[in-house]
Design a protein around this ligand. Structure first.
Ligand code: GRF
Length: 206
């Protein structure tokens, strides 16, 4: 299975995918391209260090948003991928991409959807809201992307304890280490093995 990974930041989720493709934990999968909206995203450096095509497609480089949208889809299509993985990608996806890749785009969100998700809920903000609400358990979710925000079929989730004295930074790191970096690679491996089906809007693992 050929995948494209879309990133915006440090790329720790991308690194987990790279490592697990290289050590065989993620089977039958190749990362064809990593695309970021930020030229200086360290995720692009991580890709280049592993000989993976790394491109920047930034909305800032286009007069009109629809030109960016077209360019992004065109670059993804150029690699003829089977699955698009959003790994810390902070740009609203073009409708045309979702239409061209129905149930072939997955996203990692750092909470147990439907809690702490939706517009504006990304990065540290998610963990700040978790601490503010005082929940005892949080976690991460891998879901298929549809036209909504964080609203598509849920594929995998993993719970993480919130501990006394947690700051948003400490909690984010724990959620990454104990959940994100495990369930995103696992989701890719399951899809590559043909073990995932969408039935009545729900992701079913065969
Ligand atoms: C982090 O907030 C992570 O929880 C979310 O995207 C952000 C950046 O992750 N999935 P990464 O280090 O760029 O993978």
């Amino acid at each position: 299975m050929k995948i494209a990974v879309l990133v915006s930041g440090g790329g720790t989720n991308l690194q987990a995918i790279i490592d697990k493709v290289e050590n065989g934990t993620i089977r039958n999968t190749s990362i064809e391209v990593v695309i970021s909206n930020k030229k200086d995203a360290y995720a692009l450096t991580r890709a280049a260090e592993h000989g993976i095509a790394a491109e920047c497609v930034s909305p800032k480089d286009f007069e009109k948003r629809e030109d960016f949208n077209k360019a992004l889809v065109e670059r993804i299509n150029a690699y003829d991928v089977d699955l698009v993985v959003l790994a810390g990608y902070l740009v609203i996806l073009p409708e045309i991409l979702i239409e061209e890749y129905p149930n072939r785009i997955i996203n990692i969100h750092p909470s147990l959807i439907p809690s702490f998700c939706g517009a504006g809920m990304y990065g540290l903000k998610v963990h700040e809201a978790v601490l503010e609400r005082g929940v005892k358990v949080t976690g991460a979710t891998v879901h298929f992307v549809d036209a909504g925000v964080d609203s598509g079929p849920i594929l995998l989730q993993k719970a993480v304890e919130v501990e006394q004295g947690d700051t948003a930074e400490i909690l984010q790191k724990r959620v990454m280490e104990q959940a994100e970096w495990l369930i995103l690679p696992n989701a890719i491996d399951l899809i590559a093995a043909g073990k995932v089906e969408i039935i009545d809007g729900k992701a079913v693992i065969k």
